[in-house]
Every structure is written in C-alpha cells, then in structure tokens.
Design a protein around this ligand. Sequence first.
Ligand code: LMR
Length: 398
Amino acid sequence: LFQAVELAPRDPILGLNEQFNADPRSTKVNLGVGVYYDDNGKIPLLAAVHQAEVARVQLAAARGYLPIEGIAGYNKGAQELVLGKNSPLIGAGRVLTMQALGGTGALKIGADFIKQLVPDAKVAISDPSWENHRALFERAGFEVVNYPYYDAVTHGLNFKGMIEGLRSLPQKSVVVLHACCHNPTGVDLTVDQWREVAQVVKASNLIPFLDIAYQGFGDGLEADASAVRLFADLDMTMFISSSFSKSFSLYGERVGALTIVTGSQDESSRVLSQVKRVIRTNYSNPPTHGGTIVSTVLNNPELFALWDKELAGMRDRIRLMRKQLVEKLTQYGVKEDCSYVMKQRGMFSFSGMTAPQVERLRAEHGIYAVSTGRICVAALNSKNIDTVAKAMAEVMKA
Ligand code: LMR
C-alpha cells in the first residue's frame, strides 16, 4: 500500500519548529512561526485568559459535546469583533459564525463549503501569501492563482497591479484578502485602498474571503477590522476567517471562527445547515476548553477591557522591536534604508533576505526564519535583538 508513497517536504513554517527544536545550540532564535513571545522569550499566559481559566476550573464543569457550530457566546463575540457590535447585518440575521479549529480550520470549512457551491471557481491569493493558503485551497480541490501584491523595490504595495489583477479574475472567483497585518509581508492597504478593492470585488462579482488572523496587532481591535466593515458596508455576501490564537495567546487551543455574511435571514438558516454538515463530516464539533475561555473574556466587560489592554501591550512591544531592529541593522552596517520595517504591520516583516541568506542565518547563527525572508518580529526581545541584528547584517551585507 505505501510502497510508492513519496516523502513530502517539511511544512515551510511548522517544519521550521521541528528543525529548531532539534538544534542543540543554546543561542538559537526562532523567528519562523508567527508566535508572540514576551521580552523574556516566553509565550505569555494573558491575565484575562488566566482569570477566565481559573473560573472555569473552579466550576468543575462537565465536558459534553458542544453543538456542531460551537459555543453560542463565542460565535456572537467573534462576529461582533469583526463586524462591530451594532452591525446592521447582524441585526438583520444575515451573519452566522461557527467556532472553528483556529484560523486554518475556519479557512478549510469555508473552502469545503465553497467547493460545494462553485466547484469550478478559481481561488486568488496575494503574491506572496501565507504558505498554507495555496496548499489549503488546492487540497480542497481548487485551482489557486496569484494576484499582484508586494512590490520588492519599494518594500510596499503594488496597488495598481493588485487592482488590475483582481479586475482580470473570472466572475465568482474566490479572492482571499488579508484584512490586516498581511502575512508574510506586513504590508497593509490604507482605508481608501480597501474601499477601492471592495468596490472592484463587488463590481467584478468575486467572492471575498477575508482572513483576519492578527486582529489587534496592527492598530487595535476596531481599527484592524476596518477592511471587513467596508465590505460589509457594500452589502456583500462574504466569508471571514478569524483567529484568537495570537490575540489570546492560545495557539494550541485552536480557537478560530468562520463567519459568513449571507443575503437574508432565510439564506442564513439554509447556509448554516450545510456548513454544519461540512463540520460534522470533518471533526464533528469543536473542543470546549479554549472556546469557553475566549467566550468568557469576550462576554465579560472587565475581562474584555483587560484583554484589550494586554493586546495593546503586545502590539507596542512589537513596534519597539521594529524600531530597534532598524536602528541596529544600520548600526551593524546595512547600507540600505530599512525603515520600511517600521511601516509594516503585525507580527511579520518581509526582511528582504534571500533564501540563501536565510539558510546562512540558520546554519551559521542558529537563527531561524522562513525561506522567503519573513521574520517574526514578535519573537525579538531585548536580550536577542542585538545578536539577531548583527547576524542579519552579516548575511545581508555579504
Ligand atoms: C504563521 O504564519 O506562522 C502562523 O499563521 C502559524 C501557521 O499556522 O502557519
């Protein structure tokens, strides 16, 4: 049975963790995966999360099956975060949200459902995009194409190319958009640019799939949702995958959500019934623990305020690391102006390093980055930034 099975390549992101864990060097630094570490290099347990968790443990609650679509309070909280508490679409019963196994799980449920609706649709992702976007949609049976996004010369956005690319897609193509904190480049659109994109997506009759895995890491929870809200203002049916992995520092709990905006309340109930079948035949129903914690925080005003404050703390620390990285790269002799790193948003920076440079960084310095040159700025801290900047400067200069 398995004789002809070929060895698959390591996952370009999670595979780095395997390599990193096996590396015996005590000075190693993992800038690969998108995980926030605090200034001591630890994944934080947020105080809001801890309080919700203690309350849950004290309840000693039974662990029955959740509904197929997950915890009602979680789903309500998740949809309000992306669309706003006063969203008229929510009021009209046109929004449904399903608890999902992280942002990846939300994308996969959405992909499987879209495959049922428009089996021949093309899926367009940004060039470049999160590595798993292509893999996930291809595995769901779609042809995946790129629309222009990143401009390597300016280290910014190729907006003209993006608009032209979107305009040239066949009707009913799925267009995957990073609603904030673009992964891997950190290059985001302005609100005006988003408005134009939303208009083009609507006029071209495309199916928007907004991926918002880093809400709160750009400019704040509300500001980071502005792209989603612009699409909502144009009254478009759409898919939104969101994740609490990073914002709640609950990576291993697989806390995400798929939100779908339909055309009417009646459509919503039919769509929900179908998506529930997708979920049931994939993993039946979501797990309880992480979802309960997130739901508790989202629905308790004091815990919500505490969480929002902690999120701001993470955001500010990342900004500080960006600033220091730019200063230190210059200090260690990089001639190019690296200030673009400070304009980028979220956890990542597209550093401009080539694949061979990234490989040298790993082999010679024990510093791990994605081969595209993406580094996770959220893994830098006051203790490792000097070593990292020095090593980066060394490989970038050579
Ligand atoms: C990343 O891009 O590093 C994160 O989204 C983690 C993942 O699942 O790839």
